[in-house]
Design a protein around this ligand. Structure first.
Ligand code: SF4
Length: 369
């Protein structure tokens, strides 16, 4: 068993209201259910930590909207982790700009949180409304300021690309807002219309940018964020150097993490497992579902190619004791000739244009294994 510290992800499946494009597992609920669920999370964490006996160097409360359950409940989870958390641990809480106040930020800061990830999506109010988001841009600016005054210097904002009605100009306003807010990290995701969401049935009536426009929005975002000092380190993630999300890097580096809560996934001791998307069964103490072996060479390559650092010979060799298969390098060179990848002796990485078609590229590379 490894002694390396693990990450802990805690899924909070509650939101103040449901956004019409969202297929994350979350519902609206009341305080009673928040309590029952938090108790179940605490019980689960206690038993996992006692069993694993591993230190924890990143904690991530995701959702849903973790802030809706309040600082007290989030703090109760953190207090259980206290004996395991390393001194320099990164502890992130996702929140929405609406429904957070000074008391919330001060409460989670006192409990040990040191990083905020906020769902901005857009700095343009009409775009935020199109996404069903409650807060206006003034609320977002206020929430960032309150977080900062409460002691958070490490703040990430989520942006969305391909919002109905979004243009290059309006995207520029959103990027400018992030830069002027002086946040440390930006995530920029392309809106995907998922089945079983209201947006799926409404899509013909939405002013959605076409595929080419979406690609241009992505390339513009990459360019503008990089120019502003937010270096891209993953397909959708950009940061001031040294402030990359350490928790999320564990996923892409194929490192270990424990996921607690319904729909949370884990990678521990060479195995993957997950909890079902069902709040009641989690509250009733259901066991996680086995999801097979973790950490194969294929998985490692697939995840490494999401990072701008790419797939390195040194990393692959130290993990698998052999070189990156020759056929993969040869295939990657074909993509290089189209400007989609770059290969040198030691590394293969995808360009920004390559990231736009990363699924197809990675599938073709893995077919060479
Ligand atoms: S706030 Fe986030 S998790 Fe909740 S419904 Fe909206 S997009 Fe989904």
């Amino acid at each position: 068993m490894s002694n390396n510290p693990i990450g802990v992800y805690i899924h909070i499946p509650f939101c103040a209201s449901k956004c019409p494009y969202c297929d994350f597992y979350s519902i609206t609920a009341d305080e009673g259910l928040y309590d029952q669920y938090t108790n179940a999370v605490n019980k689960s964490i206690e038993s996992w930590l006692a069993k694993l006996q591993r230190n924890v160097d990143t904690v991530y409360f995701g959702g849903g909207t973790p802030s809706v359950i309040g600082a007290g409940r989030l703090g109760s989870v953190l207090s259980l982790l206290n004996g395991y958390i390393t001194e320099d641990a990164e502890i992130t809480v996702e929140c929405n700009p609406s429904g957070v106040d000074r008391e919330f930020f001060e409460g989670i800061r006192r409990a040990g949180a040191n990083r905020i990830s906020m769902g901005l999506q857009s700095a343009v109010d009409s775009e935020r409304r199109a996404l069903g988001r409650r807060a206006g841009i003034k609320d977002a600016a206020n929430a960032i300021e309150l977080a900062r005054q409460s002691g958070f210097s490490n703040i990430s904002l989520d942006l969305m690309l391909g919002i109905p009605g979004q243009t290059q100009k309006s995207l520029g306003e959103s990027v400018d807002f992030c830069v002027k807010s002086n946040v440390t990290h930006v995530s920029a995701y392309i809106l995907k219309i998922e089945e079983n969401t209201p947006f799926f049935s409404m899509q013909s009536t939405l002013a959605l940018p076409g595929e080419d426009e979406q690609c241009e929005l992505y390339l513009t975002a990459c360019d503008a964020l990089n120019t502003a000092g937010y270096k891209q380190y993953e397909i959708s993630n950009f940061s001031i150097r040294g402030l990359e999300s350490r928790h999320n890097l564990k996923y892409w580096r194929c490192e270990e993490y424990l996921g607690v809560g319904c729909s949370a996934h884990s990678h521990i001791d060479g195995k993957r497992f997950y909890y079902n998307r069902d709040i009641s069964s989690f509250i009733n103490g259901c066991a996680p579902v086995d999801d097979g072996y973790a950490g194969s060479a294929e998985e490692y390559i697939m995840l490494a190619l999401r990072l701008t650092q790419g797939l390195t010979q040194a990393g692959f060799e130290s993990r698998f004791g052999r070189e990156i298969p020759r056929k993969i390098v040869e295939k990657a060179k074909e993509f290089e000739s189209f400007g989609l990848a770059v290969c040198d002796e030691n590394t293969i990485w995808l360009t920004a244009r390559g990231f736009l078609v990363s699924n197809s590229i990675i599938t073709e590379l893995l077919m060479c294994m």
